[in-house]
Design a protein around this ligand. Structure first.
Ligand code: FAD
Length: 452
């Protein structure tokens, strides 16, 4: 019986296994996960005292079909929970105040986040925009289209919520390929976005919103996948070596003894782990993989009594660009977005700190980090009360950064990997960091392997 081993049971590895099982039920499938619990990856939620705390992602966007379709295939459609309407309102903390992020041209004109001159420059985008073939940073792309004022105000917030990275280092081509596609088709982003809006209205496409699951948060996706894959999943099975076995197979050595043989191997682990496993076979590919940088973030879940809040949590929360005197990069008003994430009369606030702007944050002790976060909540929202509920997770090297050159790196990797037939890479380090991206790539890999 042909066999496939998948290393890593985050959403990427689990979704690959699930799709492969659907396409080829006859394959012998083994999923090896280092962690002792199902869902050792970033998609995880804990429930305690009526609070739900998402350790990593709090949901996925419904403007792409992948995760929605996966949820449907797993029988989770009835449990889908769209974000509340209030979640459409987002803020920036700038110049000592929370300011609404404009969501329409009129709101943009009224906003004090950019100067009148910068607004005029931005409005000229449909006339001034030009196509550009060279790879650019997110910052440079926005600056070229909308002018320096808009780039300064919005480039950082645009990327912080996705990668906690630096807009002047990240590749727009790798991180936002749809922006580049719009530019290629329309020249102007504004014209392209208006055309897309009209098309979606005409064709009645799905409304874009954030979605999670009731009674358990985003972890339900992982729970459903792990229960489907039950017998194929081996927990506490960190892979320490990949060796060739026979003319066309592989042998995986597992921490603490044990081995698994397979004809095909999917590495659904962070790029630096894939680098270690590939080093003896393909040193050049290993070098390319090890060069994908990761940033560390720390996530806090803080529960408060509603009466302790000086202002209503009337939205999704806020982001803080660099240089605003606070260390928290994003504060999500989780129980306003998904009201079932806090018990009656309480609220859940999720704070994300660290990232490339503040690499030392994750080295603080828990007490020091909490002091910083509480100070930030006081400065930004006026909260002085101590949280009655507290959760915290540190993601060291948690989020990959798609620097300029990322796509060229991928091309080289693909070419080098052909000399190790049957070994495939998937995961958030390559073709998108969002859940939809990971699920899409899992589908691509499963389809390719199903030809076995
Ligand atoms: P991982 O989740 O990292 O899984 C890799 C797995 O491999 C882990 O289970 C690990 O234990 C295992 N492993 C590692 N080494 C070995 C080994 N040697 N042997 C066996 N197993 C091994 N995305 C969204 O779409 N929406 C969001 O709101 C969002 N928010 C986020 C917030 C945070 C704080 C973070 C960190 C990420 C967020 N993301 C979000 C991104 C998204 O969650 C991740 O990109 C995605 O979950 C990554 O999945 P993965 O399976 O590729 O990697």
């Amino acid at each position: 019986m042909p066999s496939v081993a998948i290393v890593g049971a985050g959403i990427s590895g689990l979704a690959t296994a699930f799709f492969l099982r659907q396409l080829r039920p006859d394959l012998k499938l083994t999923v090896l996960e280092k962690g002792a619990e199902p869902g050792g990856g970033k998609v995880r939620s804990s429930r305690r005292d009526g609070f739900t705390f998402d350790w990593g992602p709090n949901g996925f966007l419904t403007n792409a079909p992948e995760t929605l379709a996966l949820a449907d295939a797993l029988g989770l459609s009835d449990a889908l929970l769209p974000a509340s309407r209030a979640a459409g309102r987002r803020y920036l903390f700038r110049d000592g105040a929370l300011k609404p992020l404009p969501t329409s041209p009129l709101a943009f004109l009224r906003s004090d986040l950019v100067s009148p001159t910068s607004k005029v420059r931005a409005l000229l985008e449909p006339l001034l925009a030009r196509r550009e073939e060279r790879e650019e940073s997110v910052y440079r792309f926005l600056e070229r289209h909308f002018g320096v004022g808009v780039a300064r105000a919005f480039a950082d917030p645009l990327v912080v919520g996705i990668t906690a990275g630096d807009a002047s280092e990240l590749s727009v081509d790798a991180l936002f390929p749809h922006f580049r596609a719009i530019e290629r088709e329309h020249g102007s982003l504004v014209r392209g976005l208006i055309a897309a809006q009209r098309r979606s209205r005409r064709e009645g496409g799905p409304r874009t919103h954030l979605a999670s699951f009731r009674n358990g948060g985003i972890q339900r996706l992982i729970d459903a996948l792990t229960s489907e894959l039950d017998a194929s999943l081996r927990l506490g099975a960190g892979v320490i070596a990949l060796e060739r076995s026979g003319p066309s197979g592989y042998l995986l050595r597992v921490e603490g003894g044990g081995e698994v043989r397979a004809e095909r191997v999917v590495l659904a682990v962070p790029a630096f782990t894939a680098a270690r496993l590939l080093e003896p076979h393909l040193p050049e590919a290993a070098r390319q993989l090890a060069a994908i940088p990761y940033t560390s973030v720390q996530v806090f879940g803080l529960g408060f009594d509603q009466t302790e809040l000086p202002r209503p949590l009337d939205g999704f929360g806020f982001l803080t660009p660099r240089g605003q005197g606070v260390r928290s990069r994003g504060v999500l008003w989780s129980s306003s977005v998904f009201p079932d994430q806090a018990p009656e009369g309480k609220v859940m606030v999720r704070v994300i700190a660290g990232g490339t702007a503040d690499p030392d944050f994750t080295e603080l002790s828990t007490d020091e980090a909490l002091t910083e976060v509480r100070r930030d909540l006081e400065v930004t929202m006026g909260i002085t009360a101590a949280p009655s509920h507290l959760e915290m997770v540190r993601w060291r090297r948690g989020i990959p950064q798609y620097l300029l050159g990322h796509q060229e790196r991928l091309r080289q990797l693909e070419a080098t990997l052909t000399s190790l037939p049957g070994v495939v890479l998937t995961g958030n380090a390559y073709r998108g960091v969002g859940l939809n991206d990971c699920v899409r790539d899992a589908g691509r890999v499963a389809t390719a392997l199903s030809q076995l």
